[in-house]
Design a protein around this ligand. Sequence first.
Ligand code: RIB
Length: 314
Amino acid sequence: MRGRVAVVGSYNLGITYRVSRLPVWGETLAGQSARFDHGGKGSNQAVASARFGAPTSFVGCVGQDPAGHSARALLADEGVDIGSLETLEGYATGVGSIFVDAAGENAIVIDLGANAQLTPQALASRRQTPWRTADVVLAQLEVPWDTIKLAFRESEGLAILNPAPAHHGLATVDFRGVDLLTPNATEARLLTGMDADAAVSDRDLLHRLLERTRVPRIVLTLGSAGSLVWDGEQAWRVPALPVQAVDTTGAGDVFNGVLAAALAQGTPLLSAVRAASAAASLSVGIEGVIPAIPPADLVHRRALEIKPEPTSLD
Ligand code: RIB
């Protein structure tokens, strides 16, 4: 079938707290609310891709526990193929604890749990191998990097790496085999050997990313400022939609899932980024990740409001 996406990635049970601030060491802080929900960058991206209309497979690992069963149910309900999602005895499903403040910004702590068991050996032993035949393979960094490299090597499709969550070790990683890289500004700094909060312009950041990674196409996401895109020949600014942020958790996942789906459907890069930007913008106006992923028809309509502008990197 044309337009297939394979997401190689994580599922995490999400525990989200609304807080006025983060606790300090030694403090117990009363939050304003708490809820359990679905999370994990891979699973979030797979659902966003499927809702945008791409036949999507999820390649991952969950534990044999209630969260693992609930992950399978979510993905199956969303029409995501889970033939390559393994349930592992003796491992717990990954967990993400998410703290969201009044401005909708978040801080997250994760425990990888079963996600760390998606090793190259585990990938090689899968009976169903959707990453080999998909038009787009999309991965993030909550599963082992060697596994992602293997999936990209074995794939005939476009290899998209969303380098999240990033860490300083990425500054020396070899990104050969990646066709499209989609960092946010913090991840881009870490990838290029800078501190996470170093003062640098977004143009300079894109320039450094191109030199350092040699990845041919890059989408640098900039939150409410949209994104800065290198399409292989030219840089473009692609705005976001103006929205009142309620919860920014997973906005990057919505962006990447829709981007992958649109590219798999044969949409040119800039138009795919417009759709991704519209979807991510709409998602931050609604609480949670999965409930906030907008339907495809709304994304198509609102993407028409986004006008990319060519820009220079000099
Ligand atoms: O990008 C948001 C996601 O990151 C959350 O769902 C959390 O589980 C972490 O994986």
